[in-house]
Ligand binder design. Sequence first.
Ligand code: ADP
Ligand code: MG
Length: 337
Amino acid sequence: MDLNKLGEFDLIDLIAQRTPGGPGVLRGIGDDAAVLNAGNGQVCLWTVDTLLEGIHFDLAYYGPDDLGVKSLAVNVSDIAAMGGRPLYALLSLGLPSGVREDQVRLFMAGWDETARAYNVSLVGGDTVYSPQGWTVTVTVMGTCPKDRVVYRAGARVGDFIYVTGNLGSSAAGLYLLQHPAITCPEHVRLAVRQAHLRPVARVTAAVSLAESRLVTAMIDISDGLSSDVGHICTASGVGCEIYASHLPVSETVRECARYAQVDPLEWVLNGGEDYELLFTVRPDAAQEIEERLAVIGEQVSCIGRITPLGDGMRLVKGDDKTPLLPRGYDHFKGRGL
Ligand code: ADP
Ligand code: MG
């Protein structure tokens, strides 16, 4: 079958079928990071992500420093999504002809700023010539007590679904970057642009959630809410209802959507790259979770609940319930490959 019909996630399933777990592998393929037994009640969390010029970023609007920030932050976010803290990184850079030393210095300035913010040490990598465009592949290793790791697979019927922060800012930023002719107030443009170019991984919130041991499943929003809640549902064997009116959208994103004349719900559901945490909690633990995050100044919203598998994924808008289709980012599906 062509890859554009199969899609990214069936392709990953195909790869996953060929990989037996090894000794010490608590979770291999299928979560935000691999979970490996590290002894002494700790696990090693291990993840990799690649950013490709022309696919993930366009240097017309990404500075090399933004790329340094984002390539590390998105990997740190996958460690956070398991409830862990990041420790070490490997950086593999593919650079095309024409790249100047000052661009690499800028990239490293963005990287260093981010590495300091998350306490991550760069301990190795690779540097190669790329025939076409920049490629940035980053591996991050992190750690977590074994009994606090939060997997995608633990959601149960009746659990509440929560998300940190606001959704849609990154997609709004990308939209404005791709449609520079749209007029909008400068502070709005700058805020959403920053959200897209320099995402923030929610490590503090994630560690606090993991420490509570009240979270049943967690993922970070990279592909888009509709796809990422789908990953939790598939891994947990459940369905969900998402309440459109509960989705957290900042006034900045609403204003941006008015200027762009688009429905912000599209950005919120399918835009992706917000790197907020999406997690599920048993109803009797909901208040404790809300209080816990309020104490550390983290915004959190209850956006839905887990339903039986047979009910599928649904979006609730007023009295209407419509199927919620996973329409977030897929590298292969629907592309003219
Ligand atoms: P995320 O968006 O959180 O980075 P992905 O959707 O990229 O996660 O990947 C889902 C899962 O599939 C992860 O466990 C990842 O490690 C695994 N995976 C993706 N591509 C491959 C591959 N080529 N080989 C092995 N595992 C893969
Ligand atoms: Mg992830």
